[in-house]
Design a protein around this ligand. Structure first.
Ligand code: TPP
Ligand code: SF4
Length: 313
């Protein structure tokens, strides 16, 4: 058990059900939605990582993907569109012992939240970021998203998108992420392993999770085949070498647009310190949580209450 656990003071058996909320109704995603695959893989990964719901915080953006928060039982923050990462960063800095996971769609993460994505990777915050990449805006009914392929027709681009899509893996690596992987909802075995590795990684772990939206993105069948997903042994390169990883990512992202899905972990740097570690090494970040510091120290607690009062009067 983590020293930071607030509730869980006894060893408890943890399994998938531990993360299933006891409320009805359960997930309201459309039948066949890839988001079910992410939920399942996450529920399977967490017990193997050994974290309990009270040691975990999930911050989501807005979208069908953002609903993950309602179906996964732990501390949660359903934030605003594209803003899950700043909130996740704050949570992690305030409570370093918390396992912080952020999640959202491709529109949320690579569009409106693109700037936060780039800088969270650059600063290497110790967060796992799961992007449900269905290559469409799902919740708002199928508009073109930053990962929709060139030529893709939608209500917002009826003649076909004239834009090249973003390359999320390449963007992530170039920005500074220390763990980068792509997996797919149709490959639950690999998805669970990737999520486990990402969660256990100390630093910014970006998982581009290919998910299908059978309701609004029927074309996706053409470029996200439901079968023939490759495992990570497809590649023969050093995943700790940035240049080799960059080449492999570029290749995989190009081949995705040609209809061939290559998944797996692409980059894993275990040496680079996280943002908080760097800050701690120069005495600018605490080892313990804000709550521990303020609750255990009457003088500090009184001072912070006074500060809050002054701000609000
Ligand atoms: C600031 C802001 N702009 C626009 C919206 C409308 N909106 C809600 S969800 C969404 C797109 C969601 O797409 P994506 O992030 O890809 O997630 P998905 O629904 O596909 O999981 C948009 C544009 C909003 N809620 N807030
Ligand atoms: S609209 Fe698409 S992304 Fe949203 S729940 Fe339905 S299938 Fe899933």
């Amino acid at each position: 058990m983590s020293a930071f656990s607030a509730i869980n003071d006894e060893e408890q058996e943890i399994d998938q059900d531990t993360f299933t909320p006891g409320i009805e109704p359960q997930a309201t995603w459309c039948p066949g939605c890839g988001d079910f695959g992410v939920l399942k893989a996450l529920k399977q990964a967490m017990p193997e990582v050994g974290r309990t719901p009270d040691e975990t915080m999930l911050v989501t953006g807005i979208g069908c993907s953002g609903k993950l928060n309602s179906y996964f039982d732990c501390y949660g923050y359903h934030s605003i569109h594209g803003r899950s990462l700043p909130i996740a960063r704050a949570a992690k800095l305030a409570n370093p012992g918390l396992e912080v996971i952020a999640a959202g769609g491709d529109g949320d993460g690579y569009g409106i939240g693109g700037n936060h994505f780039m800088h969270t990777a650059r600063e290497n915050h110790d967060i796992t970021y799961i992007v449900f990449n269905n290559e469409i805006f799902g919740l708002t009914k199928g508009q073109t998203s930053p990962t929709s392929p060139k030529g893709h027709k939608s209500k917002t681009q009826p003649s076909g998108s004239a834009k090249d899509p973003v390359r999320p893996l390449t963007l992530s690596l170039a920005s500074g992420a220390s763990y980068v992987a792509r997996t797919a909802a149709v490959n639950p075995r690999q998805a669970k392993e990737v999520l486990k590795e990402a969660i256990e990684h100390d630093g910014f772990a970006h998982v581009d999770f290919l998910t299908q939206c059978p309701t609004w993105n029927k074309d996706a069948k053409e470029y996200v085949p439901y079968t023939d997903i490759q495992d990570d042994d497809e590649f023969d390169f050093d995943i700790t070498d940035r240049r080799e990883a960059a080449d492999a990512m570029y290749e995989a992202e190009s081949r995705l647009w040609e209809g061939e899905v290559l998944t797996g972990r692409f980059y894993h740097d275990t040496e680079r310190p996280s943002y908080a570690e760097e800050k701690r090494s120069i005495g600018e970040a605490p080892e313990d949580s804000l709550a521990e510091r303020y609750f255990d120290d009457d003088a500090e607690w009184g001072k912070s209450v006074e500060e809050i009062r002054q701000h609000h009067t």
